[in-house]
Write a protein that binds this ligand. Structure first.
Ligand code: C2E
Ligand code: MG
Ligand code: MG
Length: 665
């Protein structure tokens, strides 16, 4: 005996990751406002410090200049005239010397080199003074005597003003005989350097201020340009939405999350968009994309990030979502909204349909690049299946090594009878009679053991292998039903038909051929199709269903309630029964919402004259409740699990012998 593998075991095998390469272009990045403020403040501070340094330098230079001028004056006007003898003793200066000094002072004053001159003896007595010197001051003030002794040259603001101009007094020790010791002091009154210095310093500060302003402005401008460039780099110019780069940037907002936090990425791709471009032109295509962007944005939460990835591909990143079901609901809302939206381009009303793939973080990927890749795979599966929305799973991932291996093996399995059918009975709820069974395929895999359909049907649907698989199942199921019939136990057999098999191939012909070959009357064959199969191509599906109906084959809508069948379509569909999905049935007595859905689906089906089959009945309580509600048929583990044909024979035998065909199972 081979070990049994649970349906989920294979479905959750690790998928191989194909990470995308980040080809983000490097730009000058804008800095945050506070950093820019600091930079500008630093420039201002630096220029203030430099200004202060330069100002003191200018002042010192002016002082040195004044000292040099004074020395020149002494050399020109005093040294040739006043000797050490004149400074020694208590004699006043000879009149001729004083007159010579007067002349010299006058000549230099005329050239604007000085305003006045005094010669003091070393004991502080005034020896010579020009006419502008106050006559009362005949001795050198003590403070100046002391400073001359200590500094030999120093400056101080002058007492007089000449022609409205301030003056400066330069005191110089005068060594008349050049023996190294001062013999007196010469005081030279010069035009004040302050005005000049102030002027220079003002000029300096203006220049520095201007430079600071220019540097600061350049910094702010560069930052602004970088910011604009960055914003443009993250924006799709056509729709104004974010672009692929913006989506990558959103990675940051997904960090620091806990294990239980979920985010979702939904990737949308418009169906037949190329036709719009080809028939109405690229401008019309662009106009449509702009409208789609607006509608899409209006259909999601403001906290979701909507981006255009390029072409007719859009993505929505939901940073916070409770579970995959909520993300799928959003995806369906958008697809419905787009379908119902009125898109008019160049006066032409366009019917917009889209396919979507959904990937969850952290279930399917751990980063945005991974999410994108997974959502892309799911979206392509949605396109292939015409399923509207498909969540990512390993089964739809052709990159998965195990899946590729399995795919290759499935071709072989179909041709070499590695597939088997198990049959699950369905019972009439009022009589508990079993009048039909559902054929459910399994794969007796040489290495993996018994594989449930969830491990290989989705893959077969994606690749086209579903056509030979459906044909094989039909053939086996009809053959088995014909055997039961000839054994005196006419049981109807229900076969599941995938969306692609419904409209992709020539189903009515295949069915007819199979019935003819196996000799099974049409009324003993039922077909189960899903809502999504109908919705993918309502017109095509209706046409096929009408042909099957004409052949006398009964069809039920499987997994009802999980897809999104247009209720308007239901009355016109030639179907006989609705199979309420087991997600609403199994726990219907515990969950009020499930019970409400199940009850309203029952009412709806009855209103349209359809029979109702409840899937997933696992307990007697649910069985009883469904019977009370008027549900016609039940299928589920409470009655029996799917089993091989010979086991079913014994099961039916046993049931008959214990007289179980009464009100209870
Ligand atoms: P389905 O057509 O809705 O089949 C019913 C599924 O529900 C079966 O799972 C069955 O084992 C399971 N089930 C029945 N009663 C209960 C219950 O009381 N509780 C629970 N928890 N489950 C119950 P299975 O065999 O794994 O098949 C899964 C799906 O695979 C089927 O769903 C059908 O969509 C698909 N499938 C199976 N065989 C075929 C096939 O031959 N062709 C195609 N295209 N699809 C098939
Ligand atoms: Mg079914
Ligand atoms: Mg079902």
């Amino acid at each position: 005996m081979r070990p049994e593998v649970s349906p989920g075991a294979f479905a959750h095998t690790r998928c191989v990751r194909v990470d995308m390469v980040d080809v983000t272009r490097r730009h000058l990045r804008p800095v945050p406002g506070w950093l820019l403020g600091v930079a500008v403040a630093a420039v201002v501070l630096a220029s203030a410090l430099v200004g202060q340094q330069l100002a003191s330098h200018v002042e010192q230079r002016a002082v040195r200049q004044a000292g040099l001028t004074a020395q020149t004056v002494v050399a020109m006007a005093v040294e040739q005239t006043v000797t050490v003898d004149h400074l020694d003793g208590a004699q006043p200066l000879p009149t001729s010397v004083a007159a010579a000094l007067d002349r010299n002072v006058e000549v230099l004053a005329q050239r604007g080199l000085l305003y006045g001159l005094e010669v003091w003896r070393s004991d502080g007595v005034l020896l010579f003074a020009d006419a502008g010197h106050p006559t009362t001051e005949t001795r050198m003030p003590l403070r100046e005597q002391q400073r001359t002794a200590a500094e030999s040259t120093f400056l101080q603001p002058g007492d007089r003003t000449v022609g409205g101009q301030d003056t400066v007094e330069v005191f110089l020790s005068y060594d008349a005989d050049h023996d190294g010791s001062a013999d007196g002091t010469v005081e030279v009154v010069l035009p004040s350097v302050r005005a000049e210095v102030t002027h220079d310093i003002v000029k300096l500060y203006v220049a520095l201020g201007l430079a600071t302003f220019l540097v600061g402005t350049a910094l702010v401008q560069t930052n602004r340009r970088a910011r604009i460039r960055q914003a443009e780099a993250l924006r799709d110019p056509l729709t104004g939405l974010g672009n692929r780069m913006a989506l990558r940037r959103a990675e940051g907002s997904l960090r620091g999350r806990t294990e239980s936090d979920r985010a979702a990425l939904i990737l949308f791709d418009l169906d037949r968009f190329k036709a719009v471009n080809d028939t109405l032109g690229h401008q019309a295509g662009d106009a449509l994309l702009v409208q789609v962007a607006e509608v899409l944005t209006s259909l999601v939460s403001p906290t979701d990030l909507v981006v255009r990835l390029g072409g007719d591909e859009f993505a929505v990143l939901i940073p916070d979502v409770p579970n995959a079901e909520a993300a799928l609901t959003t995806a369906r809302t958008v697809i419905d909204g787009l379908h119902q939206g009125a898109f008019a381009v160049q006066g032409v009303l366009l019917d917009v349909r889209a396919s979507a793939g959904v990937a969850m973080l952290p279930d399917d990927a751990t980063d945005v690049a991974g999410l994108l890749q997974r959502a892309d795979i799911a979206m392509y599966a949605a396109k292939r299946l015409g399923a509207g929305v498909v969540p990512y799973s390993c089964e739809v991932d052709p990159h998965d090594v195990d899946q590729l291996q399995l795919l290759a093996e499935l071709r072989y399995a179909i041709d070499h009878d590695e597939l088997v059918l198990h049959y699950q009975p369905k019972a009439e709820l009022d009589s508990s009679e079993v009048l039909s069974v559902e054929a459910l395929v399994r794969w007796v895999h040489p290495r993996h053991g018994l594989l449930q359909p969830g491990a290989f049907i989705p893959m077969a649907e994606v690749t086209g292998l579903i056509q030979p698989l459906t044909a094989w199942v039909l053939e086996q199921a009809c053959r088995q039903a014909a055997l039961w019939r000839s054994a005196g136990r006419p049981l109807a057999v229900a076969v599941n038909i995938s969306p692609r098999s419904l409209v992709g191939g020539d189903l009515p012909t295949i069915v007819l051929d199979t019935l003819t070959r196996t000799g099974l009357p049409a009324h003993l064959l039922e077909l189960e199709i899903t809502e999504t199969a109908v919705m993918a191509d309502p017109a095509g599906a209706t046409a096929v269903l009408q042909q099957l109906d004409a052949m006398g084959i009964r069809v039920s809508l499987d997994d009802f309630g999980t897809g999104y069948t247009s209720m308007a379509l239901l009355p016109s569909l030639p179907v006989h029964a609705l199979k309420i999905d087991r997600t609403f049935i199994t726990g219907m007595l515990g969950a009020q919402q499930d019970a409400a859905v199940a009850e309203s689906l029952l009412t709806l089906a009855h209103r349209f004259g359809l029979r109702v089959v409840a899937e997933g009945v696992e307990t007697l309580d649910v069985w009883d409740r469904l019977r009370e509600l008027g549900c016609e048929q039940a299928q589920g583990f409470y009655l029996a699990r799917p089993m091989p044909a010979d086991t079913l024979d014994s099961w039916l035998q046993q049931r008959t012998s214990v007289g179980a065909s009464s009100a209870r199972v």
